[in-house]
Each structure stands twice: as structure tokens, then as C-alpha cells.
Design a protein around this ligand. Structure first.
Ligand code: C5P
Length: 280
């Protein structure tokens, strides 16, 4: 987009769902080995980037810190370290994805920042390399460099693109409170999780009956019993699938449930995929 002399690059920064999430074991470095089917959806933040005279970062949500702990600024720092390009840049983030939701909003913002800076400064870093760099920012960041449907392993950073999935309408629901990812992982007892065949589960998403599940759900319910109650209410309202994403606290719901939901974030979404060489 051209406004006067200034080129403003506006990109969508999508959220993600974990259609299934299996936790395999705890590693010596404190992370957990996972196997998960990730899918981007069309609830997105908007991010505006432009070259400027000095650095500026703004966020439409005043509750989100805009200091060095923000993954956008971590991405900017990483880009500068890796490429040596440190021209000043202005970044404006219009936040729509709820935080502490398991929707990957912060990780998506970081990936979008790396993609945008690479365009703005014409550094021509291959997407695969941006993805590899981005695992330093967080385990979920590399996924956003996939085409939107991917099987992720390791701590989440090993990403294998998969064919697009058929998307029906999904309803996202999130209570006011959130959960911290490290706390949920810490609460979880890997030994108590049921054995499952990952291959069979993955295949189920390309056949008739997808097997949605999330090994982090039980730990999230232990930390916030209200979440378990909310899940049950949604099931009682007629949704056939009610599944937590990531470490919570958002759920995605499938089926024709009644939408009599008060005091909750809610939003209708569909799967979103990107074309190679373009962003979402
Ligand atoms: O990678 P990221 O910084 O997003 O992870 C945040 C925290 O979540 C980690 O420090 C770790 O406590 C937990 N985590 C984990 N296993 C993963 C991903 C995250 O235990 N696969």
C-alpha cells in the first residue's frame, strides 16, 4: 500500500488451532516432545510495517506489554542480528486474537514480523531460513511459515507441510481468564496420558471422522476447573466437538450448538491457508 511517499506494508497475522495435540515425553532441557496437527484460521491481527526515522512499536491493546518481552520486538532483534540490516522501522499491531488463549497470536506476530522485514528491506532470505531462525523466538513460531496445515513435532518447531483440509465453520470460545503455557506443561503428568497411534490419528483428518484431542486439556482443567464446566456447558448446548487448543483457554466448537453465550469471547472462523511466496 502506498500512502504519499511512505510505503506501508500491511499483513494479516493469523491464529492457529491444534486439531490434535499429543504430548510424548518431558525432555532434559525442560521442554516436552509433542506431535500435533496445526491449522491456521481466519481470525487474524493486522500488522503495519514501514521504514521510518526511528524505531516505533505500537499495539492497539494497552494490556499487552510493548517492551522487549513482546515477540514482535524479539523478531525485530533477531532479524537485525542475522541480517545486519538495522534501519529504523515502525510497526503497528492491531490486536484481535485474544492472548493466553492457545491461539498462537504472539508467535504469529513474530513470524509475520520476520516475513515483513524481509520484504521491506529486500533482504531475500529464503522462507525456510526465516523459519529456522524463528525457532529461537518460540516453539510455535516456525509453524506460521508453513502453508497453514502442518504436522509439528520436536518441541513444535519441526514442521512438515500437509495437504489442505476441508473446513467447516467453527466457533471459537474463550473465557475472560487465560492460562500460561509453561504452567500448563508443568502441571501435566505425561505418564497418565493414554497411548495413541499418531499415524492413525493424522490419517483420520483426511478421512471421515477426525479424532480431535488435546493432551494438555486435563492439566488446564486442573488449573482452572471453570474451564471443564464451560466445556460441559458447550457440549450441553449441542456442539458435537468442543476442543481446547494449545495450552488454552480457547475452545473450538463444531456442530450446530445454540450460541447463548454471555461474557465470553466468541468468533466464527474457518481454516485459512496461504499460497507459497505470499503471506496469509
Ligand atoms: O517455546 P516457548 O517459549 O513458546 O515455550 C514456552 C514454555 O512452554 C517453555 O519454556 C516450556 O516451559 C513450555 N513448553 C514445553 N514444551 C513445548 C513447548 C513449550 O514444555 N513443546
Amino acid at each position: 500500500m502506498l500512502q504519499g511517499e511512505v510505503r506501508i506494508l500491511t499483513l494479516r497475522s493469523p491464529s492457529k488451532l491444534n486439531l490434535f495435540l499429543r504430548v510424548l515425553r518431558k525432555r532434559e532441557d525442560g521442554y516436552h516432545e509433542i506431535a500435533s496437527l496445526f491449522q491456521t484460521v481466519d481470525l487474524f491481527d493486522l500488522m503495519h510495517f514501514r521504514k521510518d526515522e526511528k524505531d516505533l512499536f505500537t499495539c492497539s491493546d494497552p494490556s499487552i506489554p510493548i517492551d522487549g518481552s513482546n515477540l514482535v520486538l524479539k523478531a525485530l532483534k533477531l532479524f537485525r542480528q542475522k541480517t545486519g540490516k538495522d534501519l529504523p522501522v515502525r510497526i503497528d499491531l492491531e490486536k484481535r486474537i485474544p492472548i493466553q488463549a492457545g491461539l498462537g497470536g504472539g508467535s504469529s506476530n513474530a513470524a509475520t514480523t520476520l516475513f515483513a522485514l524481509n520484504q521491506l528491506f529486500e533482504t531475500e532470505v529464503p522462507t525456510e531460513l526465516l523459519a529456522a531462525w524463528s525457532s529461537e523466538i518460540g516453539s510455535d513460531v516456525p509453524f506460521f511459515f508453513s502453508l497453514g496445515t502442518a504436522f509439528c513435532t520436536g518441541r513444535g518447531e519441526k514442521v512438515q507441510n500437509l495437504p489442505k483440509l476441508f473446513s467447516s465453520d467453527l466457533l471459537l470460545i474463550k473465557p475472560k481468564f487465560g492460562l500460561s503455557t509453561p504452567q500448563v506443561f508443568k502441571t501435566m503428568e505425561v505418564g497418565s496420558l493414554p497411548e495413541r497411534s499418531i499415524e492413525r490419528i493424522l490419517n483420520s483428518f483426511y478421512e471421515e471422522e477426525p479424532q480431535y484431542f488435546n493432551d494438555l486439556e486435563f492439566a488446564a482443567f486442573q488449573l482452572k476447573p471453570e474451564l471443564k464446566k464451560l466445556r460441559q456447558e458447550l457440549v450441553n448446548q449441542g456442539f458435537t466437538t468442543v476442543q481446547m487448543t494449545g495450552s488454552g483457554t480457547a475452545f473450538f466448537c463444531l456442530g450446530n450448538g445454540e450460541k447463548k453465550i454471555k461474557d465470553l469471547f466468541s468468533c466464527q472462523v474457518r481454516f485459512l491457508n496461504r499460497n507459497k511466496d505470499a503471506w496469509y
